[in-house]
Design a protein around this ligand. Structure first.
Ligand code: PLP
Length: 369
């Protein structure tokens, strides 16, 4: 991370907005509890700042993808209940126990390994059981679930915390797979009767209704401001803003082109501002000639290709005093939130967040910091 003076762009992460989003989601629940998914460095926002802010908002249960993410999170949150989605890597059992991490067991083989480890320790150790109800990614496939249902003693040495599954199409409320997965999950829950609680919904799944909430919801993206309902107004508070510094202004009035590949031709007199962010910072190349920055309320379109460290904007509509080196352009802000940028770049808000680069100067606001 570079200093405020030396940086090309300033990334501000609003921890109060994350806490507000946590409370908004929790407020939708009747009896269920709300966990937080903080894998991939809290979706690129910095888990060491984000997780304590969520804990301060009342979150007790956290999910990460990798065991090393769990070990790092344990250093930050001594008390939290931390679950590792990718499950047991071979030989990782001791590390799970040492750092008090709960593995998500994704197969009968995982269950057997954890059971043997637990037995050797002479006390049942906690684990989640992940059932694949239709995403065909991780979790026990139907044939393994059948074996587990017929042989429940396979779980005798395990303290089964969550039985869980993951939805493939939660962001498409009308998709028939949602209902099929819900039905399959209800069956799975009966088959894994030893489980203390059940968990199905990610961010978008929460908005499918109370049927999908069970005992524990697992939002990630919505906490960080991604809209859980594509095509509908976003109920979540925006968390991220990004301001890029103008390095240079160029007045162009002769026929010329801008950037690599000469993809933008200057037709009339234009003023071009070159800003210090590029695809090496996660400002995606797909935004070339498509995305928009804002200076206050004034839209400044991206012209030409986004390059590694730089991007050019047409600032002809700005008053001259606003378009000068050192002034900033909102690369992510109230007029161009992450979902809009994602649409312009042909991707999803998740990828915009997890691509945010390491060269920005990061500022955390709120959250008691
Ligand atoms: C990433 C993930 C989540 C969180 O999903 P969002 O769509 O970001 O809310 C929940 N559960 C599992 C299994 C995941 O992999």
């Amino acid at each position: 991370m570079s200093s405020l003076e030396h940086c090309g762009a300033i990334l501000t992460i609003d921890l109060d907005a994350i806490a507000a989003n946590y409370r908004l989601l929790r407020g939708k629940l009747a009896g269920a509890n709300c966990a937080a998914v903080v894998k991939a460095d809290a979706y690129g926002l910095g888990v060491e700042n984000v997780a304590p802010a969520l804990a301060a908002a009342g979150c007790e249960t956290f999910f990460v993808a990798l065991i090393d993410e769990g070990i790092a999170l344990r250093r930050n949150l001594r008390q939290a209940d931390i679950h590792v989605l990718n499950g047991l890597a071979p030989g990782s059992e001791t590390a799970f126990a040492r750092h008090r991490l709960t593995p998500v067991l994704n197969s009968l083989a995982d269950i057997e390994a954890w059971s043997l480890f637990s037995k050797a320790r002479e006390r049942p150790l906690a684990a989640d059981i992940h059932i694949d109800t239709g995403i065909s990614r991780l979790g026990l496939p139907p044939e393994e679930l059948e074996i587990l249902a017929a042989e429940p003693q396979r779980l005798d040495n395990i303290e089964v915390d969550n039985v869980m599954s993951h939805l493939a199409c939660a962001d498409e409320p009308g998709h028939p797979l949602n209902r099929r997965q819900l039905d399959a999950f209800r069956k799975a829950r009966r088959a894994v009767a030893a489980a203390r609680r059940a968990s199905l919904a990610n961010s978008s799944g929460i908005f499918l209704g109370a049927d999908y909430h069970f005992d524990l919801i697992r939002p990630g993206a919505a906490l960080y401001g991604v809209g859980p309902l594509p095509g509908q107004p976003n109920p979540m508070a925006q968390v991220v803003s990004l301001q890029g510094k103008i390095l240079q202004i160029r007045g162009v009035d002769t026929p010329q082109t801008v950037g690599y590949g000469a993809t933008h031709s200057v037709a009339r007199r234009q003023r071009i501002a070159t800003v210090a962010a590029g695809y090496a910072d996660g400002f995606l190349r797909g935004l070339s000639n498509r995305g928009n920055g804002y200076v206050g309320d004034i839209r400044v379109p991206i012209v030409g290709r986004v390059s590694m460290d730089l991007v050019a904007f047409d600032v002809s509509n700005l008053p001259a005093e606003a378009a000068k080196p050192g002034a900033v352009v909102d690369l992510i802000g109230p007029h161009n939130p992450i979902d809009r940028i994602a649409a312009e770049a042909g991707t999803i808000g998740y990828e915009i967040l997890t691509s945010l680069g390491s060269r920005y100067h990061r500022v955390y606001s709120g959250g008691g910091v």
